[in-house]
Design a protein around this ligand. Structure first.
Ligand SMILES: Nc1ncnc2c1ncn2[C@@H]1O[C@H](COP(=O)(O)OP(=O)(O)OP(=O)(O)O)[C@@H](O)[C@H]1O
Ligand SMILES: [Mg+2]
Length: 303
């Protein structure tokens, strides 16, 4: 669905850009140094409406640095950053939000004891009545939050329940529905499934697919190639701050992606070291030169 919607701020949300396939967000040969530390360099990334771009990589690979540039928290020090085809340099996340780029951080900025609807509108509360009698429009906020959550397939019995009582997966979903409601065109998710079990991860993956089907461009950061492969249209694997792999779904299989992520050669070296530790079974680890991935899970079709 790419119906025109109106955000609560009254802005009309644009459909996909008029000139067809123009990317919403693009990084070209981009990089970032923190003082002497070159955390990221030579990175290309393209985010299109209705597509999911996955960014994978080990700890310290530069994933967070990459999304901090796109979300306006940091500025790139090399290369180009374009939004809707024009060069940009954000000086705050607010500027990114104004361009429709919303980020759901892993440690979701929610107030656990506040009801779901309060958290949904946190910082953008609806009010009614003229000044100085203006007050919160609680009924409208509850109704709107409930509708938006239902649109994403999340049905809660009680909008009054504290958000802290929801499961981690449900909280992620509320954050995604909130970003969609407030007019996000690009949704950045930093490891949304990292702390979740299998079932809850599945739920979050479903909402990622739903956001994609509503025409958003999604940047999905994850350690997990299986999760990435279930919803991804493009895969970028970062290693030590550079792109090790950048491939469309048609160009890379789950096996190969897993191999890139697992760092087959590094695992083989690790096996050699682990073999000297008593009580560690290294049977399943690959031999040097043999970097085949574990058997792939059945490929899940896109919804
Ligand atoms: N503010 C900073 N100042 C200096 N160095 C930094 C800063 N932020 C990140 N780095 C360095 O940049 C590199 C990439 O870090 P980044 O946080 O982007 O990795 P990551 O892929 O998100 O890792 P993780 O999976 O652990 O979250 C690391 O070597 C890190 O130490
Ligand atoms: Mg990180």
């Amino acid at each position: 669905m790419t119906d025109k919607k109106t955000s609560v701020h009254g802005a009309v949300l644009e459909d996909t850009p008029s000139d067809g396939d123009r990317p919403l967000v693009e990084l070209r040969d981009a990089g970032k140094s923190y003082g002497n530390i070159r955390a990221l360099h030579g990175v290309d990334l393209t985010v299109r409406a209705g597509k999911v771009s996955c960014v994978l990589g080990d700890n310290g690979a530069g994933k967070s640095t990459l999304i901090k540039i796109v979300s306006g928290l940091h500025q790139h020090t090399e290369g180009e950053f374009l939004v809707d085809g024009g060069p940009v340099r954000f000086s705050s996340p607010r500027e990114a939000l104004d361009k429709g780029i919303a980020t759901v951080y892993q440690d979701l900025a929610v107030v656990p004891l506040m009801p779901v609807w309060r958290n949904f509108f946190l910082g953008s509360e609806l009010t009614k009545g003229p000044w100085p009698f203006r007050r919160l429009d609680i009924d409208r906020m509850k109704k709107t939050a409930d509708e938006e959550l239902r649109n994403m397939g999340i049905v809660l019995d009680d909008m009054e329940q504290p958000i802290g009582t929801l499961s981690g997966g449900q909280r992620q979903c509320v954050a995604i529905a909130r970003a969609v409601h407030f007019g996000a065109r690009v949704l950045i998710l930093d490891e949304p499934t990292a702390a979740l079990g299998v079932k809850q991860s599945g739920v979050v993956l479903k909402y990622i697919a739903m956001a994609r089907d509503r025409g958003l461009g999604v940047i999905f950061i994850t350690h997990n190639p299986h999760h990435a492969y279930m919803v991804g249209d493009h895969f970028s694997v970062l290693r030590l701050g550079t792109l090790e792999l950048s491939a469309d779904r048609s160009e890379v299989g789950l096996d190969e992606l897993t191999n890139h992520m697992a760092g087959g050669a590094e695992l083989a070296a690790l096996k050699h070291e682990l073999a000297q530790v008593r009580g560690v079974d290294t049977e399943e680890l690959p031999e040097e030169g043999d970097i085949r991935a574990p058997a792939a899970a059945p490929e899940e079709g896109k919804s």
